[in-house]
Design a protein around this ligand. Sequence first.
Ligand code: MRU
Length: 357
Amino acid sequence: MFKTIEWTDAGVRMIDQRRLPREEVYVTCRTYQEVADAIREMVIRGAPAIGVAAAMGVALGVRDASANNLAALRDQFEQIAATIAKTRPTAVNLFWAIERMRRAFNQSTENLSRSESTEPESVVIARVRARLIEEAQHMLVEDIAINQAMGRHGAALLQDGSTVLTHCNAGALATGGYGTALGVIRAAVEQGKQLQVFADETRPFLQGARLTAWELAKDRIPVTLITDNMAGHFLHQGKIQAVIVGADRIAANGDVANKIGTYAVAVLAHENGVPFYVAAPLSTIDLSMATGDDIPIEERSPEEVKRWGGVSIAPENVAARHPAFDITPHRYITALITERGVIRPPYNETIPAVFQK
Ligand code: MRU
């Protein structure tokens, strides 16, 4: 099994997702700036994987920071965090991960702020560095366990013998491992259910064609690739019994930001009476956003729409747009699958309740 991301002494090692499925190559980011570039340029992508990458980027930056006193290290932490925070705006896991690293930093300096502390600053700095590396590595292990828990809760929703449609890649490649939406599919298959997966190719970045099809085929889970505009046809024909996708950010009312095209699939599923599930960890839920309208949508380069693999597929002088995500209103979502269980509408009640569990 490939590793999406791992911490090494040389730096943060990732499978280069831009080059899949043609080549399985790994890159090592040796500085936090290289980690930031890797997130921006989609070497690594998918909300939970971006979160782990952000945490490891912060740990790497702080490990190699020049500061020799705690105040300077704190300043450098904030500068590293700001650089990583500027990479991609939609997946809240990125900001959640940075905040968690900030908490780890503060916790490891707590006894220094007590006036009786006589600890030399160099000792505290070493402790901060070690703690941040440990926290980032822990977040990777924790993410896989969370996905497996989501899989256990969600697998019951998928019937033996059914065909499940997914959009984008919410698999092992999009997370520390196992996957969110694909984790639920994996768990159902591990329980002995026979499932077929239909994967939307997911224009313009082709995460479905290049990544979902690749990782499911590697796992020998039957997968059929379709172009995005075929989803309605197969839903209408009754060929699909459930839709399951991941999420980049979920608002307090249950509205979901996910890969561009998700909204259309949700409406089509609703129209055809097919359940539409979203699998996401609690770290993807942003209670500070009242509705999906508040969620920032990343606008990427139109060149990603006009070209593929360096080949022009549109007139050079034509305008193009590339919103990378859209919002699916909560009324189209049959259930949210989290690591603490499956929750159903009314989401403005069930979402806060799941955090209390
Ligand atoms: O632009 P990407 O590839 O980072 O977008 C990824 C998605 O939209 C995924 O569906 C989402 O992050 C969930 S991944 C478990």
